[in-house]
Design a protein around this ligand. Structure first.
Ligand code: FAD
Ligand code: 2HG
Ligand code: ZN
Length: 473
């Protein structure tokens, strides 16, 4: 059966040029084959049928972007498609998804400098695996590790569960090779720890969400791998008590690696979604998941802080040392996103707040009139909360439901702004948060964003509508 080219906007001559660049096998146009590339992880964002192109080298990416500039179609970079703000799903019909799935190189780690160069399409778990036994590890870790790519993580400046210790992606990136929106290639992979020659282009591309460049290769900093790790669940009667405890934990636990928050409603949802029994003493509690890692007996630091918090906690902490026991604690935190997804497509917010505002913000969120009770959890150590209202986007979305959901989103983000927070902590702006950027960034900052965009992508080829609305929207 001969299939009709999917996007009527892209003439078949363009499809043949794309085939010439990347090879026929790597231009996907069958709508069934491209379906998974055209819907995001949450199921909220979709695009109509359009081609997916899988270049195998920086040169091929460069030729695709140059063609886009010449013909005038849009390019949307896509890694693992695990982003949660719609940034990897095209919003315009004349778009091509450029998948990084073939940019899979992993160089030998430079053990003298503690650095490694990897292709943008390498999955986080693949990098973690490649580093096993080298004495080094990668400093960012997150629940989507089996699917998310290093390129996507740099593009979103991903955070995750170890930011209290190692910082976000920005703190791991030493250099980038990329094709800019105008088709030019920049490559800054010299591995120098210090290099104050001009503008920090790596810093600019980190967090640019596919709007300035398609990254093809990244030079990453490595961290010494830890000999010992211990994890504990600490239960508290209230959010207040849990947040207050974090001051002592930070002060007295130098080996702190993760400091995560779960509320009773989230723990109950995870338990019921997957049929798991809540760890002893943790049902109905506000829970801190605390992980420590280091060379020495880090569990002693954990035991000391647990002793000090003894009267504040509601039960004995659940402590785990072996990797399987630790995983059985972590699964409660990491399964929140999947558990929420079992209820339908949620309204998903990812916000940061000053520590002193967290308890007031959570109180206010629970008081909002909403169609569903919020599930609130997150990276408390970074002041980063994930606020999800389950099943806010039913499949047959009616105008009334959309208006109600929009109203709820505005109310939550107004609270964020009132409490001095940011409308996106780690997931990025994507298309989901574009309308709200001005709540936490000034008009002159957004104007500067537009001017940077025009300088690197003068024709607006890359990811239109992401971060700032494109002209005509
Ligand atoms: P994609 O989803 O494919 O793309 C994301 C954005 O990056 C898009 O705008 C895309 O255009 C752009 N992009 C992708 N690759 C490139 C490239 N090579 N060059 C230029 N632009 C590119 N995020 C966190 O920060 N912390 C978490 O703890 C966390 N946990 C998660 C847990 C789950 C279960 C899930 C589903 C997601 C989670 N995320 C988290 C969100 C997501 O995993 C991250 O945003 C991740 O960095 C996206 O990587 P990706 O390869 O899937 O990128
Ligand atoms: C996490 O920390 C992710 O688990 C996903 O950032 C958050 O689903 C969410 O809202
Ligand atoms: Zn997160």
């Amino acid at each position: 059966v001969v299939r009709i080219p999917t996007s009527p906007v892209l003439a078949s001559s363009v499809i043949s040029e794309l085939r010439q660049i990347v090879g026929a096998a790597h231009v996907l146009i069958d709508p069934d084959v491209t379906a998974t590339y055209r819907t995001d992880w949450t199921g909220r964002f979709h695009s109509e049928p359009l081609p997916v192109v899988r270049p195998g080298s920086t040169v091929e990416v460069q030729e695709v972007v140059a063609l886009a500039n010449r013909i005038g179609f849009h390019v949307v970079p896509q890694g693992g498609n695990t982003g949660l703000v719609g940034g990897s799903i095209p919003t315009k019909r004349d778009s091509v998804i450029v998948s990084t799935s073939r940019l899979q190189w992993i160089d030998e780690p430079d053990l003298l400098s503690a650095q490694i160069v990897v292709g943008a399409g390498v999955r986080l778990a693949t990098l973690q695996h490649a580093l096993l036994g080298t004495g080094w590890m990668f400093g960012v870790d997150l629940g989507a590790r089996d699917s998310c790519t290093i390129g996507g993580m740099v593009a979103t400046n991903a955070g995750g569960i170890t930011v209290v210790r190692h910082g976000m992606m920005r703190h791991q990136v030493l250099g980038i090779e990329a094709v800019l929106g105008d088709g030019s290639v920049i490559s800054h992979l010299n591995g120098l720890e210090k290099d104050n020659t001009g503008y920090d282009l790596d810093g600019l591309l980190t967090g640019s969400e596919g709007t300035l460049a398609v990254m093809t290769r990244v030079l990453l900093k490595l961290r010494p791998s830890q000999l010992r790790t211990a994890t504990a669940m600490l239960g508290f009667p209230t959010v207040d008590a849990a947040v207050s405890a974090t001051a002592l934990i930070r002060r007295s636990v130098p080996s702190l690696e993760s400091l995560e928050l779960m509320l009773p409603s989230g723990i109950e949802l995870v338990g019921s979604a997957f049929g798991w029994e809540v760890p002893e003493g943790m049902a109905g509690q506000t829970v801190l998941l605390v992980e420590v890692a280091g060379a020495e007996k880090v569990e002693d630091e954990l035991a000391n802080v647990c002793d000090a918090l003894g009267t504040v906690m509601t039960a004995d902490p659940a402590v785990a040392l072996s990797s399987s026991a630790r995983a059985s604690l972590w699964r409660w935190r990491e399964a929140h996103t999947a558990a929420i997804a079992t209820l339908g497509v949620p309204l998903k917010l990812d916000v940061s707040l000053p520590q002193k505002e967290i308890r007031h913000f959570i109180d206010a969120v629970f008081r909002l009139p909403a169609p569903a009770r919020p599930i609130v959890f997150g990276h408390l150590g970074d002041g980063n909360l994930h606020v999800n209202f389950p099943a806010c986007f039913p499949k047959s979305t009616s105008e009334a439901i959309a208006a109600e959901t929009h109203d709820l989103e505005v109310r939550v983000l107004a609270l964020v702004s009132l409490h001095g927070g940011s409308v996106s902590a780690e997931h990025g702006v994507g298309v989901a948060k574009t309308p709200y950027l001005s709540m936490t960034r000034s008009a002159s900052e957004i104007d500067a964003f537009r001017r940077v965009k025009r300088a690197l992508d003068p024709l607006g080829i890359l990811n239109p509508g992401v971060i700032v609305a494109s002209s005509g929207d």
